[in-house]
Design a protein around this ligand. Structure first.
Ligand code: 2NL
Length: 367
């Protein structure tokens, strides 16, 4: 341990000016200690070395007194330096014995990131929230009535077949309308529940998992996410649909992204359409990702079929509405140019680091 370095005055102000540095020695690091030794006692330009050299110019009496003071201070410094060096060495030996090496570089912490599907779902919901849409959720186990019949699927529609839909081997709860229990194949039953529970005006977006009896391949999952939206009120027209979904594409992709609507068919909408945006990889020139067309299909939509409104006890002469459905897993593939949907399930950090951060680049790992 360092010897006590109580600031006993030397009687010389220029030497006393060094006393705070004498006191500070007991807290120096090894590097600082070495530098301080050179600064105080260094042969060429150490402060006490200079004081000793200056003795030669003094009258004899003064040389004796001042010389003694400098030498005493020099001993105090030497003792303090030796004490600190010993203490540092003792510390080092303790850490070495404990297996701790403070000279090793630190390990950086991993910084987590949202899964790209979570990120895309939140972004999409955020854009519709800005427009006044509420967010609704509902059960993943449904009855045939909510999942199909209320949505104007004919009872013999192939989607209701065992080959396409996962049915449960259990009876529905008492009081639920109709038929067998199944894992919902889309989030539309939540829209039916919303229309039955609350009178128009209705504006909702509904995120959730949906299930189909599909084999997994590069573009299909048996369980995947969907977001559906619904606006029902008096006087709603296809203009509202087109304007809202075009605004969405501009907010989600970019303000200059081109869009187009193509006619399509769904049992629950009439007329029905599919919306394409310009390919996000080639911007319309044609590339493998868009199969040379320059366009990517991002959602299906249409005016709510009058039969669906009537099934929800709404007067289809009075109320109209539009709806859309899209698959966030698919949107992630399109937006980031991911070639295989299974990459979204694998948890492979090399993949997630590429698409999990803002802008798609950069590592989730901070190294
Ligand atoms: C798609 C297209 C769509 C809807 C979903 C909907 C819901 C109600 C009434 C009318 Cl309650 N429509 N939803 C409408 C058009 C398209 O989804 O490609 N889904 C995977």
């Amino acid at each position: 341990m360092s010897v006590s370095s109580a600031p006993v005055s030397t009687g010389y102000p220029n030497l006393d000016a060094l006393l705070p540095r004498l006191e500070a020695i007991s807290a120096l690091t090894a590097e600082a200690l070495e530098a301080e030794q050179i600064a105080i006692l260094g042969r060429k330009s150490g402060l006490l070395t200079a004081a000793l050299k200056s003795l030669a110019a003094l009258p004899v009496e003064e040389r004796k007194r001042y010389g003694a003071a400098v030498n005493q201070l020099k001993v105090r410094f030497e003792t303090a330096f030796a004490g600190r060096a010993e203490a540092l060495e003792a510390d080092r030996r303790v850490r070495e014995a404990a297996g701790v090496d403070l000279s090793m570089p630190g390990r950086r912490r991993w910084v987590g990131a949202e899964h790209p599907v979570t990120k895309v779902v939140d972004e999409i919901l955020g854009i519709f929230r800005e427009l006044g849409f509420a967010i609704a959720t509902g059960p993943e186990v449904e009855t045939e009535w909510y999942n199909f019949l209320a949505l104007n699927f004919p009872a013999d529609h192939p989607a209701m077949d065992m080959h396409d839909t996962l049915y449960l081997d259990a009876p529905p709860a008492a009081g639920e309308p109709g038929g067998k229990l199944l894992l919902r194949t889309h989030t539309s039953p939540v829209q039916i529940r919303t229309l039955l529970a609350s009178p128009p005006p209705v504006r909702v977006v509904i995120p959730g998992m949906v299930y189909r009896n599909d084999a997994m391949d590069a573009s299909h999952l048996p369980a995947f996410s969907q977001i559906e939206g619904l606006a029902v009120d008096e006087g709603i027209s296809f203009v509202d649909l087109k304007a809202t979904l075009t605004h969405f594409a501009h907010r989600f992709f970019s303000p200059t992204t081109r869009t187009r609507f193509r006619p399509s068919f769904f049992p629950f909408t009439e007329p029905s359409a599919e919306m394409d945006v310009e390919c996000q990889l080639c911007h319309g020139n044609g590339c493998p990702a868009c199969k040379g067309t320059g366009w990517m299909e991002i959602l299906g939509c249409g005016m709510v079929h009058p039969a669906v409104l009537e099934n929800c006890n709404l007067d289809s002469e009075k109320f109209t509405g539009w709806a859309f459905g899209m698959g966030p897993h698919r949107i992630v593939l399109l937006r980031y140019g991911v070639p295989d949907i299974r990459l979204l399930l694998g948890g492979d950090m090399r993949f997630l680091e590429q698409v999990g951060q803002p802008g798609g680049g950069g590592g989730g790992r901070d190294a």
